[in-house]
Each structure stands twice: as structure tokens, then as C-alpha cells.
Design a binder for this molecule. Structure first.
Ligand code: VGL
Ligand code: ZN
Length: 201
């Protein structure tokens, strides 16, 4: 895969880990379940302690969100703000998260990107973050949008290929998402290639 790095990368203090939407409704048993969704947790849980700054996003919709089928949109109910389906999975070591960013709160816009309508870019800049490593769900929606927006906001974006999962509603969606991200200069790496900085604790 072009853009896929297999050589070791050292995790720097200017790196952030961003875990996109590790929420019950996107996992097996949820209302918008991604079949392979649980694959993200082993790599995510082992990576979180290696980063100095870990952010997790939550899809956090009001009932009147235009993208629900009940309101004329494409999606079944999912991640209604404050409901059990919107909570982080119990498989996630949530105590390792430094900050949470809620998105999808505007009823009129899709809210796929963790940068859309949030202060995430400012928070990252305030910390001196330059590279954002991205894991989570779903590859073909929120991971894709978040990753491309990270690049547009001036960050280097690197997707963790073993820590994402796709909806693939239409066959090929996952591949098209990879192609779109690559065209925007996104890089790809397997989480086992990431090494903690010896000086970080
Ligand atoms: C997502 C569809 C609708 C995602 C969120 O997290 O990828 N997909 N809302
Ligand atoms: Zn949503």
C-alpha cells in the first residue's frame, strides 16, 4: 500500500492520539453496528499509555438531527446525546483519555469530522501538537472526515490501519476512503510500528 509505513516511528511529545467514536452504538449489538468495530480496542488500549495526549471524540446527536432516517436522513438512530448507546464501550480503557470532544451536535450538518464545529484544532495547537495519529470508527465516515480535516487544519495525519473499522454499506467504500485520505497526504501505519519515546513516562 503506498503511503504505508512499516518502519518504526518514535512517539514524540508533539504527537496526539485521537480515538474517533469508540461508542456502543457503532459496535456489535449497537443500532449502527460496524461488524469489525471491536478490533480497534486491543491496539487502542495498548497505545494510549504511550502518548502524552489522548483525545476521544463522541458522536453526540440531538433527536432532531437531519441525518436520522426519522428526519429524512440516511442513518438509523444512533449516539443520541446522553443515552447508553452514546457511551464509550466498556472495552475502552477510558481512564486513559485526557480529553473528550463532542461532535454532531448541530442538527443540520453531518458531524462526521471531529474538527467540524468543535474547538479540537485549537486544543491541539494549544498543546503544541503537530502530528495526529487516528484510530476508531468508522473508516468510511468519521475517520475519513476527521483525518482529512486534520490535514486541512495543518496537522500531519497518520491513520492506524489495525485500529479502524469500516461500515462498507456499499462494497468498496473502505477502499475509496483509503484512496481519498491518501490523496490528501494522509499516511498509514500499523500500531505495532509505534515505539514510545524513552524520555516520556
Ligand atoms: C458515523 C455515520 C453516522 C461514524 C457517525 O462515526 O463514522 N457514521 N454518524
Ligand atoms: Zn452520527
Amino acid at each position: 500500500m503506498s503511503g504505508m509505513s512499516t518502519s518504526t516511528q518514535i512517539i514524540e511529545p508533539t504527537d496526539a492520539l485521537l480515538v474517533v467514536d469508540p461508542q456502543n452504538d457503532f459496535l456489535p449489538g449497537g443500532t449502527l453496528a460496524v461488524p469489525e468495530g471491536n478490533r480497534i480496542f486491543e491496539p487502542v488500549n495498548s497505545l494510549m499509555p504511550k502518548f502524552g495526549y489522548v483525545v476521544a471524540s463522541r458522536d453526540w446527536h440531538p433527536r432532531n438531527h437531519a441525518f436520522f432516517q426519522a428526519n429524512g436522513g440516511p442513518w438509523p438512530w444512533h449516539c443520541l446525546a446522553g443515552t447508553p448507546g452514546a457511551e464509550f464501550s466498556s472495552l475502552l480503557r477510558a481512564e486513559q483519555i485526557d480529553e473528550i470532544v463532542d461532535k454532531g451536535t448541530d442538527p443540520q450538518t453531518d458531524g462526521y469530522s471531529a474538527f467540524a464545529g468543535t474547538d479540537l484544532a485549537q486544543r491541539l495547537r494549544a498543546r503544541g501538537i503537530r502530528r495526529v495519529f487516528i484510530a476508531g470508527i468508522a473508516t468510511d465516515y468519521c475517520v475519513k472526515s476527521t483525518t482529512i480535516d486534520a490535514v486541512e487544519a495543518g496537522f500531519q495525519a497518520i491513520v492506524l490501519t489495525d485500529a479502524i473499522a469500516a461500515i462498507n454499506a456499499t462494497p468498496g467504500d473502505e477502499q475509496r476512503a483509503f484512496d481519498a485520505m491518501r490523496e490528501h497526504g494522509v499516511q498509514f501505519v500499523e500500531s505495532r510500528a509505534l515505539m514510545p519515546n524513552a524520555e516520556a513516562s
